[in-house]
Design a protein around this ligand. Structure first.
Ligand code: AHR
Length: 312
């Protein structure tokens, strides 16, 4: 009984005294803002002090923030890495300082995997594949020229989402990606790039679908399609990833077709793993996977309802 009592007393005291530094990518999308907001509430729930540094989409800012967290002697560092390479030096410094690192929503490429404890992420290849599979089924052999709005260049999620979609349509010669360019995961860039695609493709008449690596770019593209006098969701189909409320609203208006949801709660599973690690040394699995599911217009209202209280 005494061990039980001391363990139950020890856990909250441990959480309350913990400080976690979170190097966030930036605030490029609605999903990103929700992830930040959920991270704050998950920390508060546990009595953990969370210090957030906004990287403004630049790896150099993120590296500076991580160094500052190391200097402050935080108990752990969370990083949502803007790009997947170039992390070895700063992560080695964190390791030398014995500060565990958790990656949120994006992966990195390092030879030495012990440089981080775990990555909380969805299967991003599968996300792209689900959109591609949906299109293959929807077209049922009919031709379709796809334009692709990629995420941030060098981000693991952009690389994986491109790969998954390409794999899904690989054996379907009727479906072709005719243009592919980065829209940097933002609404404004998504719109701008889509405008250029439309201009280059016979005022959009050659385009059958826009595949956007996130919803914000899809929403920007929807705007561009409307301004070109075409009907999004009908003249040009859409498929995108995140599940932000605006994409479900677009689905309800008949302007968006397929969506894969990505939970903004990446911090919760990382805090759980960190607490276990600190409590009794339990090592988390290297990949802590979040759920991946496709949603169609028939699901839009229910999905919109679930978004309340999810950081949006
Ligand atoms: O890494 C996750 C991606 O980053 C989200 O899909 C996108 O909205 C964000 O910017």
């Amino acid at each position: 009984l005494s061990t039980l009592i001391s363990a139950s007393l020890a856990a909250p005291a441990l959480a309350e005294s913990m400080t976690v530094g979170f190097s966030q990518v930036g605030s490029e999308s609605g999903w990103r803002a929700a992830e930040t907001s959920v991270a704050k509430s998950e920390a508060q729930k546990r009595g953990i002090t969370l210090k957030i540094a906004d990287g403004q989409q630049k790896q150099e800012n993120q590296i500076k923030a991580v160094r500052s967290f190391i200097a402050q002697g935080v108990d752990a560092i969370f990083i949502a890495p803007v790009v997947q390479t170039g992390w070895e030096p700063v992560l080695s410094e964190a390791k030398d300082a014995k500060i565990p690192v958790f990656l949120l929503d994006r992966a990195i490429v390092v030879k030495d995997k012990s440089l981080y404890q775990a990555v909380v992420t969805a299967d991003n290849v599968y996300e792209g594949k689900l959109i591609g599979d949906w299109l293959v089924k929807h077209q049922a052999g009919k031709p379709c020229n796809v334009v692709e709005l990629q995420g941030t260049v060098g981000a693991s999620v952009a690389i994986d989402r491109k790969k998954g979609f390409a794999e899904a349509i690989a054996n379907t010669p009727n479906i072709k990606v005719i243009r592919s360019q980065s829209g940097d995961f933002t609404r404004s860039k998504g719109k701008e790039v889509m405008e250029s695609f439309i201009k280059a493709e016979n005022n959009g008449k050659n385009i059958c679908m826009v595949y956007a690596h996130n919803d914000d770019m899809a929403i920007g593209a929807i705007q561009a399609i409307k301004e070109a006098g075409l009907k999004p969701g009908k003249d040009i189909l859409t498929g995108s990833i995140d599940g932000v409320p605006d994409i479900y609203k677009a689905m309800l208006a008949g302007e968006a077709n397929a969506n894969v949801e990505l939970t903004p709660n990446m911090a919760g599973p990382a805090f759980d793993a960190l607490e276990k690690l600190k409590k009794d040394g339990t090592m988390p699995p290297k990949i802590i996977k979040t759920e991946t599911k496709l949603f169609l217009p028939a699901d839009a209202q229910a999905q919109l309802d679930t978004k309340k209280g999810m950081g949006y």
